[in-house]
Design a protein around this ligand. Structure first.
Ligand SMILES: [Zn+2]
Length: 80
């Protein structure tokens, strides 16, 4: 990316899947392998706050399918 042009939010939903991969499995963390920090997720709300989201999401930049992070990822399963 050589120059930063402002994008409209609707442009973030149009993805170029040319380099997309299926990265689902282990949670992606905060940053995609392409460097993007933005992901598309399907969410539900309760009392104005996100109460649910699917763990499968997409990177806004490269379109790869990813497993989104959850707070429990930091704790680790062996601490339960
Ligand atoms: Zn990406």
């Amino acid at each position: 990316m050589t120059e930063q042009n402002p994008k409209e939010i609707k442009d973030l939903f149009k993805k170029d899947y040319t380099n997309a991969m299926d990265l689902r499995g282990n949670p992606i963390g905060d940053i995609c392998v392409c460097g993007s920090e933005l992901f598309t997720a399907i969410v539900a709300f309760e009392a104005g706050e996100i109460c649910f989201y699917f763990l499968d999401g997409e990177c806004v930049n490269c379109g790869s399918l990813v497993t989104l992070s959850t707070p429990i990822d930091d704790i680790g399963m062996d601490c339960m």
